[in-house]
Every structure is written in C-alpha cells, then in structure tokens.
Design a protein around this ligand. Structure first.
Ligand SMILES: *Cc1c(COP(=O)(O)O)cnc(C)c1O
Length: 381
C-alpha cells in the first residue's frame, strides 16, 4: 500500500537523537535553543518557542493573544480540529469563515463581510486563525489589510506550510501576522515525532508564549512581584502548562530542518508531475498562486463526475492509500452540539464531499507515483 504521507528519517537523524541520549540533557538542555535558533534563521522570525505539538502551540498563541472567556476566535472549517479547539481551551467561543473554492484558503470577501457585520453587532473576534491549507499560503497582505481597522490578533496555523513561501518571505516570518504555529508531526514538512513551534516578531508575545508553555513560572526578576529571594528563586505569575519539547525530539527536528529544502524540492517536483498527468481527467486540481510557493503538504484533487466513496474504495483496492482532508470542523458532533449545522459553510462542505488526497512525500518514487496516476486513470475512465 502506498500511503498518502510518510516521514523521511535517515541515519543522520538517528545519530542526532542517539547523541542526545548518550551525552546530554534529555530535556531543558542546549538542543532545544539550537532548534529554536535554527527555526528563526530559516523563517526569518525574531522569536521562536519550541513546544510539544502544534496543538499546544495554538493554545499558547491564543493565551498570548489574550483570548479568554467571553472572547470570540474565528478560523476556517476545513482544517484539523486543533485550529478551533485552541480557542475553546481558553474558554472562548469559536466561529468560522468559509473558504474560497479556488484556493481552499479563507475567503477574503467573506471575511470582509463578516467583520463588517460583527462590528455592527459588537461581536468582533479577539483573534483570527488562518490556515495555509495543504501548504499554500493565504494572501496574508490582503488579510492584514482587511483586519487592519479592527483590533484582531492574526495567528497563522502554518502546520502544513513550513518550507513554503509568501511573496519574498518564508512561511513563519510573521511579516503580516502576530504569530505563526508550526507542526512537526511525522506527516508534516519535517518531524520531531511530536512537536511544534510558535514564531513571532514581538518580544511581548514571545514572553507570554514562553510563560504559558512553561507552567507560568519565571526566573526573570522583571516579571516577578516583590523581591527575589535569591538565585534559586522563581515565581508562578500565570496559569501555564508544561508544553516543552524535549531535547530528544528537538535533536530529530534540528537534523530534519537541514533537509527541509530538499524535502520541499521533491514535493514540488512530484506535484508538478501530478498537475501535468492529471490535467485531462475529470478532476479539479489544486490551484497555484502568483504570490506563493506552496510547501505541498497535501496534493488534493476534487472529483467532478464521480462518487468520492467509490473512487476511494477502488483506489484502496489497487493499493493506493488515498486519504480525505478534512471533515469540516463545524460538522464534528462536538461542534454540532455547540449549535453548528450542515449548510453553515457550504464551500468547505462541498470541498470535503469531493476531495481526495493523493500520496505525496519526499521518498515517493517515480514508479510509485506513476502507479498512483495509472490507478486513478483506470478508476476514472
Ligand atoms: C497537524 C495539524 C495541527 C496539529 O498539529 P500537532 O502537531 O499534531 O498538534 C494543527 N493544525 C493543522 C492545520 C494541522 O494540519
């Protein structure tokens, strides 16, 4: 079976992890700061905090944004549940903005209209979490312009997009946003097994991110109340979590980061082959944008004339492990219980009903990709 995604771990990665196990601290050592520094270097962001997942990263990003009970956070329905759950973790409410059919990213026209309406109703969101779906950047400059009249904290869920580019900057640069969150889950651009990071250019946000990811405990006298008792002294000044990444995980992430550009180059190459080979089939292929280089986390097609369930089953029978991303968040039972229902976000629902994710990962061979293409041609004809 050819799976839709797969990590690429080699001997140098394994050695990097073993090195930590043999010689260094397993956690709170020097490898996590090295990984954070390397992520700043790569993305161009000023501050980076490594955390144990993107889910934790989204949670602390919301906390740093000041999201709390009574607040509203907006995101898109076509994402993994973590993009919305992070707001609920903070006691806030979630609402969604539907996607654009072409880009599959947040619809900027719907965002504009929804903000105008929310302003009239006095129900503006505290934060907006945009998702660079499948690795293709949202039009961040346009989004920043649309939200500029309102006080909305802009957070990028960049779990799909590390290694991609927007205009002249790498994803994660936070050029137009307040914070960006990365994931190092094995199916993403690079892996640390589990792991994530929060990037920002604001020292104020960085301070809050670190505080909330590390028990709300600080050794910084500037953040303390009253006098320090001595060099051993620390204070808990916020209710934080233990969201630290271990040095074992960071070693894997750091080693993987060195190969990120070659991983992305391979993904780009494979995506190009799909774009050409599938162009004549009854499929809607992913769109490309002038302003972005996709990280090609997922290669997703939409069926225009066939039943998705049938095509999915037939491809699996042929050993092609296609997948489906994502069941719209608002249609999850947990969210339906909060009052959302089918029909609320028709573009996301339509996309979900027709979408198929084809295998795409750096070690997918040309022969394997050709067998995916052949199987798809057979099933669709
Ligand atoms: C994978 C993913 C997450 C969660 O990442 P974890 O590191 O597994 O917590 C969040 N958002 C999106 C869009 C994702 O794809």
């Amino acid at each position: 079976m050819i799976f839709y995604g797969k990590h690429s771990v080699d001997e140098t990665d394994i050695e990097a992890v073993v090195e930590v196990l043999r010689h260094q601290f397993l956690t709170q050592g020097s490898v996590v700061p090295q990984f954070e520094e390397a992520l700043c270097q790569y993305t161009g962001a000023d501050y980076c905090t490594a955390v144990n997942s993107a889910t934790s990263g989204l949670h602390v990003a919301c906390l740093a944004a000041g999201v709390g009970s009574g607040d509203l956070v907006w995101t898109v329905p076509n994402s993994f549940v973590a993009s919305a759950n992070c707001a609920l973790f903070c006691g806030a409410s979630v609402d969604f903005v539907d996607i654009d059919k072409q880009s599959r990213n947040i619809s900027i026209s719907q965002l504009t209209a929804k903000l105008e309406n929310a302003k009239r109703l006095g129900k503006l969101p505290k934060a907006l979490i945009v998702v660079h779906f499948s690795g293709l950047s949202c039009d961040m400059q346009a989004i920043a312009e649309v939200i500029a009249p309102y006080e909305v904290v802009l957070i990028e869920d960049a779990a799909h997009a590390l290694g991609g580019q927007y205009q002249t900057e790498k994803i994660g640069s936070c050029q137009y946003s307040d914070m960006a969150v990365l994931s190092f889950h094995p199916v993403k651009s690079i892996t640390s097994a589990e792991g994530g990071a929060v990037l920002t250019n604001s020292s104020d946000y960085a301070e809050k991110i670190i505080l909330h990811a590390k028990h709300g405990v600080t050794r910084d006298p500037n953040l303390m109340q009253g006098e320090s008792h001595g060099p051993w002294y620390y204070q808990q000044v916020a209710l934080g979590y233990n969201y630290r990444l271990s040095d074992v995980h960071a070693a894997l992430g750091l080693s993987q980061l060195k190969k990120l550009d070659s991983f992305i180059a391979k993904r780009v190459e494979l995506a190009k082959v799909y774009q050409q080979a599938l162009a004549h089939l009854p499929l809607k292929l992913p769109s490309v944008e002038e302003f972005a280089n996709s990280a090609w986390h997922l290669y997703m097609v939409e069926l225009t004339h066939h039943s998705r369930k049938e095509v999915y089953q037939k491809l699996h029978e042929k050993g092609v492990g296609v997948n489906v991303h994502y069941i719209p968040i608002h249609l999850q039972p947990y969210y339906e219980n909060l009052g959302f229902q089918a029909g609320d976000f028709p573009n996301s629902e339509h996309f979900y009903e027709h979408a198929l994710t084809l295998p795409l990962y750096p070690t997918l061979t040309d022969a394997e990709q050709q067998s995916v293409i052949d199987a798809l041609i057979q099933v669709l004809s």
